[in-house]
Design a protein around this ligand. Sequence first.
Ligand code: GH3
Ligand code: MG
Ligand code: MG
Ligand code: MG
Length: 298
Amino acid sequence: MTHKSTILIVDDEISNIEIMNAILEDDYEICFATSGEQALEIARTIFPDLILLDILLPGIDGFEVCRQLKTDELMADVPVIFTTGLGDTEDEVRGLMLGAIDYVTKPIQPIILKARVGNHVELKRLRDQLAEIAVTDALTGLSNRRRLEQTLKTETSRLSRNEEYLSVIMVDIDFFKQFNDTYGHPAGDRCITMVASAMNRAVKRTSDLPARYGGEEFACVLPGADADMAYSVAREIQQQVRALNIPHQKSDIGPYVTVSMGIATARCLQGMTADMWTHHADSQLYISKSNGRDRITQ
Ligand code: GH3
Ligand code: MG
Ligand code: MG
Ligand code: MG
């Protein structure tokens, strides 16, 4: 069973809400608000999939509600359809220029409203799906390098306000070329997927982000983690990978697959760039490799 999309209806006249509710309630989860302020509050709480927005409202009007939603990073992607008695071209242009996806005039024609809402909800679903695919690694289902870099950037700037710590762990599978040569590329892919799942199990906090950096390399962003916390996550990754017991007869380390890691930890300061962490973690990883692999360098 697919879950129903949620629609927020904003109108100061209950009879209008009742009409729209009757048209849409079979297909959608409906919430409603009767003022602009209430609309903003509810929208930010429930994150609806679409908003039907009246313009003439007590307090702030629909135009202002739309403007505020479109400048709010978290709300900007929620489609807004104006449903209004204002039929002038000027008003319609203003609404569309503010970022509304559509403009429907009252009196509402039920089948037209239903069709327009249906189209925009479907487009929103496809946009969300595409956005998710764009930041997901196809082989492992972990986040990809794009999401990793986005997260690093937003966390660096967020944490710099209080000069908080941030750590990044880089992880690389040891002697992986030999693994592919011995067991074949499909087995190599399965090995990468298993290491990815070990990384997923190793990180505990929802703000931590494990990701596939590329090839047989992974990275983990740990917002707020100091050196000790980062080291214990790295240890946990090492344990989880060991527990997989993936045979690797051509490894110089032993009969199973191992990983090498590098950790970068610093307080976030104004002006620090996101790639300072990945570069530093990468040079620490290189030291782990030079010192014999299957180890963590901090
Ligand atoms: P080191 O211990 O120094 O890390 O040696 P290594 O052999 O692991 O490192 P190297 O970078 O020389 O080789 C990485 C190999 O990973 C080469 C490449 O064929 C393989 N590889 C990269 N991406 C994939 C992938 O998606 N699937 C598979 N099966 N292999 C991959
Ligand atoms: Mg009104
Ligand atoms: Mg490697
Ligand atoms: Mg590598």
